[in-house]
Design a protein around this ligand. Structure first.
Ligand code: FES
Length: 102
């Protein structure tokens, strides 16, 4: 006898499996690296084709190909921690040991 189970969303072969692992790594002084099967969409819901794996998303705001990183963060001398900064007014100081970053 079949028991009614919890409702499951319809399978969508065009979407990544929800069980697949996705990680997002903020690179020190650089982009967010997204690894794993993700679907990137605009606010309007349009799919943005990610041509690489991992996908590097700009977090410095200077890329000419947003939302992707184009390496401009290096020229712009963008500074940000890989992890949370203890002092938001000093984002160039590593929260782990309080030493200035390179
Ligand atoms: S993080 Fe690389 S261009 Fe912005």
């Amino acid at each position: 006898m079949n028991q009614p189970g919890p409702e499951r969303p319809a399978e969508r072969p065009d979407r990544p499996s929800p069980s697949a692992e996705v990680t997002i790594t903020p690179c020190e002084n650089g982009p967010l690296l997204v690894r794993g099967p993700v679907e990137l969409r605009s606010q309007a819901g349009e799919v943005i084709e990610a041509r690489r794996d991992p996908v590097a998303l700009c977090r410095c705001g200077r890329s000419a190909i947003k939302p992707f990183c184009d390496g401009t963060h290096k020229v712009a001398n963008f500074r940000a921690a890989s992890g949370p900064s203890r002092d938001p007014l000093r984002p160039d100081v590593d929260a782990a040991d309080e030493s200035p970053r390179r």
